[in-house]
Design a protein around this ligand. Structure first.
Ligand code: SF4
Length: 371
């Protein structure tokens, strides 16, 4: 029910990672990376499927050697979500995964070495319609840039990125995206802002090594939030020292907060206080857990009392306002029914699922009419 996002996105050229468009007017893609051993095909496939279930648009997999490249081929055959192979230095791995159906190569052309090798990788990418992600990281800047700048700086990150881009420009290869990550929010934000004015390719945003679940989420939200507010960013990866599924959830929550993308339920809940007429926190926790499978966008407010409940309910698809002897439910902003505290979560879940079905039906009808 909320208005569209007021953010005006930076113009970027569109590329395709498998069947997922990145850049241009495509929705901002949310991605994560597996942390299983790539040689363990079953474990990696299982994790990719969990990520896909959580809504991941793209998943990256480390491919450190040729054995891992062969595993990557087997993994690729068993999953649907587009896969990026993360490769450092060894061009032969890039050539092999290109044969095995990779959807994007994360490799820095300047690190490949001899010109003929760079040419071979770019040709394989071109022939197979595979884009490249240039990934610059403050922790692994080239030695000469470290010497020139003394320490990682935004200018050093951008200079490194432009060098790698230059390799692709010389071979007239434009199907790439770029990241300039740092664990320092100021550095990453300044580097991305600068880079955004220099190239038209899509930008992959991330605050690298952001930290554990809580601190990493906060740091990433501040860094990526500033950039997204500027309209910068075509795909995001939240780096957390946590289950990668959390990275996907946090990524979508960020985009939902800025109304850049909607997926599943956008909850509005009060922090609760002694005025609450039902247990807001427990209700919220249970609803979040029970409704994780819902992908249809829906705004739901869960507010403990009449101080803010009716106001919030007017802006949501379903709104619960605490009251005594019963709580009031609003549907589409209008008072609809009353729910007592016993069975509150069960009753609310049912109402939400009914509404989801109704919305889904409306969407299906709209699509059927437009075909
Ligand atoms: S909406 Fe009511 S219950 Fe919730 S925090 Fe505010 S006053 Fe407390």
């Amino acid at each position: 029910m909320h208005a569209p996002s007021p953010i005006k996105r930076r113009f970027s050229r569109q590329i395709h990672v498998g069947n997922v468009a990145v850049g241009g007017d495509a929705p901002i893609a949310v991605q994560s990376m597996t942390n299983t051993n790539t040689l363990d095909v079953d474990a990696t496939v299982a994790q990719i499927q969990q990520l896909e279930k959580a809504g991941a648009d793209i998943v990256r997999v480390s491919v450190p050697d040729m054995d891992a490249a062969e595993s990557f081929g087997k993994i690729k055959q068993r999953v649907d979500v587009p896969l990026v192979a993360d490769i450092h230095f060894d061009y032969k791995i890039a050539l092999r995964v290109a044969e095995l159906g990779v959807d994007c190569l994360r490799i820095n052309p300047g690190n490949i070495g001899r010109e003929d090798r760079v040419r071979a990788v770019v040709s394989a990418a071109r022939d197979n319609g595979i884009p490249i992600r240039i990934g610059v990281n403050a922790g692994s800047l080239e030695k000469d840039l470290q010497k020139k700048y003394g320490e990682p700086t935004p200018a050093a990150l951008v200079e490194s990125a432009m060098r790698h881009i230059d390799y692709l420009d010389r071979l007239d290869f434009q199907e790439f995206k770029v990241s300039v990550k740092a664990s320092d929010v100021f550095m990453a934000v300044a580097a991305y802002r600068d880079l955004a004015t220099r190239i038209e390719q899509p930008l992959h945003l991330g605050i690298t090594e952001a930290g554990g679940l809580r601190a990493g989420t906060v740091k990433s939200s501040i860094g990526l939030g500033m950039l997204l507010m500027d309209g910068i960013g075509d795909t995001i990866r939240v780096s957390l020292a946590a289950d990668p599924v959390e990275e996907i959830k946090v990524g979508f929550d960020m985009l939902k907060s800025l109304r850049l993308r909607s997926k599943g339920i956008n909850f509005i809940a009060c922090p609760s206080c002694s005025r609450q007429n039902f247990d807001v926190i427990s209700t919220m926790n249970q609803l979040e857990e029970r409704l994780e499978d819902v992908m249809t966008p829906l705004d739901v407010s869960v507010i403990g009392c009449v101080v803010n409940g009716p106001g919030e309910a007017k802006e949501t698809d379903i709104g619960l306002t605490g009251g005594s002897p019963a709580n009031l439910v609003y549907i589409d902003g209008k008072p609809a029914s009353k729910l007592r505290n016993d069975h509150l979560v069960d009753d609310l879940e049912k109402l939400i699922r009914d509404k989801v079905r109704q919305k889904q039906q409306q969407q299906d009808d709209m699509i059927a009419r437009s075909v």
